[in-house]
Design a protein around this ligand. Sequence first.
Ligand code: NIG
Ligand code: FE
Length: 408
Amino acid sequence: MTAPRWDVLLTGARLATFAEDTPFGLIDDGALAIAGDRIAWVGRRAELAAAGHPPAVETVDLGGALVTPGLIDCHTHLVFGGHRAREFDMRLHGASYEAIARAGGGILSTVAATRAASEDELLAAAATRARALLADGVTTLEIKSGYGLTLLDEQKMLRVARRLGAQSGITVCTTFLGLHTVPPEFRDRRGAYVAEVCDHWLPTLAGEGLIDAVDAFCEQIAFTPEETRRLFERARALGLPVKLHAEQLSDQGGAALVATFGGLSADHLEHLDETGIEAMARAGTMAVLLPGAFYALRETKLPPVDSLRAAGVPIAVATDCNPGTSPLLSLRMAAGMACTLFRLTPDEALRGITVHAARALGLTDRGTLAGGQLADLAVWNVRDPAELCYWIGGNLLRQRWVGGRPAA
Ligand code: NIG
Ligand code: FE
């Protein structure tokens, strides 16, 4: 891609491009040019002169630092009131996540705290959490609703997500999760709740431009495949992409269901079977693995990683940051956990939080270092890409670039 002028030329970079099938798509002693908000050129420094490039306004020598695409967290519940540290304690004393939920705790306790919080309070709390994710390299973030569960409170959550995107300068993709759990007002009228969400809230919120995608929690303690199907039919009629919390605690056939709607992703997947995998492979529905929830719930059933690989289903990894099952504020840590707990290779885990995470959000303009991609970058204080999964904690990030500019 040629441009009349390059704004910035980064040299002396080890580029983990994820644009090739080679390990990390690594280019040693690389250079990367930025024009406007896009990557204009990527390659070996030695090839730069031969490329006959246009003049660069500014050249920065990174001294051998590792550069990756900005990290992409494709599954979070970042906006919520309160926290659930007490339930964490209860689980350590033997109570199960399902039992706590059935007793009116779990998601419902966060619903109460989220309803009680003002929009500004929710924004302040979410912004603090977002800062932690950004400090570990994130430049694109998905945020779900699902803790409001009235039209006004779902609206409030989604507005907070939009405002967070505007104030942090990064892309925030919003997902409507009205079918997260049945709220107290509808305790004995779940059919009426599903109808309200599908026929009233979804079109209203979509009409207000607050929704980029639609999700549901398809599970014994949440919503049935039939209820989920009804939601997905409405989403399809509105032209909205779908994704699903599927096969987390039991096999409901949710992955196959979301695949029949050409869904972006099926997420969690510990209890996924071969039928679901085949349906995902056929439909191009991505697998999103959430090791933070697996870890926090002390889950022992592993997602079928080998079968997903064999079927060619691309795997993304996300934090699932939420107050109940995954209070995880580092996407890099999620990638490390995907290696240690699920045996992804560092190359797979890092593709899972870059290129595959982008595709799981339906975004093709980011996730790799290649000409024409958005210039969202993370520059690291380490040299080997595997170190991003290997170090547990630590301040590895040197700098983020968002849309072609260094970010604060
Ligand atoms: O992704 N599974 C449903 N939703 C969240 C948990 C929500 C909660 O417990 O607050 C999840 O794990
Ligand atoms: Fe989730």
